[in-house]
Write a new protein. Structure first.
Length: 248
């Protein structure tokens, strides 16, 4: 079953626009968990424009589902992850100040070989690792050699071209990328700009998908539908069953 991890960054963005604690990130995460999502994702950035380090600690203290922390591995980010010890860390190549993730790592050629030591540190701490990648065979092979547990396929290009011939071509590339990853022993996640319209075709085509993380579209839909109903709608689109709530 494909797991749904809800990215709650946008809740923090709305809160930070006014200051204070409304809307409350922890309560939003708890609502998503009660609705049956399988995980919560956060992406703390250096400028703290949405999720803050304190949010990460607050969420970790109440987490009863998988916790995924994603971000660029600065020294501060690495220290945060090792202190919190989430279920999974997803490393992205975002430079400081970028609006949102817009490309995967460029691994071939050796420029990012330093990731290997970092992946080993996380693994030794009991944290599952994932690298944010484009659907490219060379990138996937290198991720496996560097010691990643999973890859997260960057679905932005697919989402932007959805419903066009180019979208079908990109979808086919993701199908083959996932097949290669599984062959190499890597788990396969996906994320970025997935929504209720483009998810069904993606999960039907990309076999072996283990997890999707969705934030912007899901929180946007929640403005119209309500957060609980929206989480359930995304679970249905994935063909996944809600996770039974664990009390903490």
């Amino acid at each position: 079953m494909i797991q749904l991890s809800v990215n709650v960054n946008k809740i923090a963005t709305l809160r930070n626009a006014r200051g204070g604690s409304i809307p409350n990130v922890v309560e939003a995460a708890r609502t998503c968990i009660n609705a049956g999502c399988h995980g919560i994702t956060v992406h703390p950035r250096p400028d703290a424009r949405h999720i803050t380090f304190q949010d990460v600690f607050d969420l970790a203290a109440m987490m009863t589902v998988e916790f995924n922390i994603e971000g660029y591995p600065t020294a501060e980010f690495t220290d945060l992850v090792l202190r919190v010890r989430p279920t999974q860390v997803t490393l992205v190549p975002d430079p400081p100040g970028v609006l949102t993730s817009n490309a995967g790592w460029n691994l071939p050629g050796g420029a990012a070989d330093w990731l290997g030591d970092l992946l080993a540190r996380f693994r030794d701490a009991g944290i599952r690792t994932s690298l944010f990648l484009d659907a490219d065979a060379a990138q996937i092979k290198r991720a496996q050699k560097l010691g990643a547990d999973r890859i997260e396929l960057y679905t932005g290009p697919y989402a932007h071209a959805f419903g066009t011939p180019a979208g079908k071509t990109i979808l086919a590339a993701h199908r083959e990328a996932a097949r290669l990853a599984r062959k190499l022993g890597l788990g396969v996640n996906a994320g970025h700009d997935l929504d209720l319209n483009n998810i069904p075709a993606y999960v039907k085509t990309v076999k072996g998908l283990q997890e999707v993380s969705i934030g912007h579209a899901l929180i946007s839909d929640a403005l119209y539908m309500g957060l609980t109903r929206t989480v359930k709608a995304y679970l249905k689109a994935l063909g996944s069953k809600p996770l039974k709530v664990k009390r903490k």
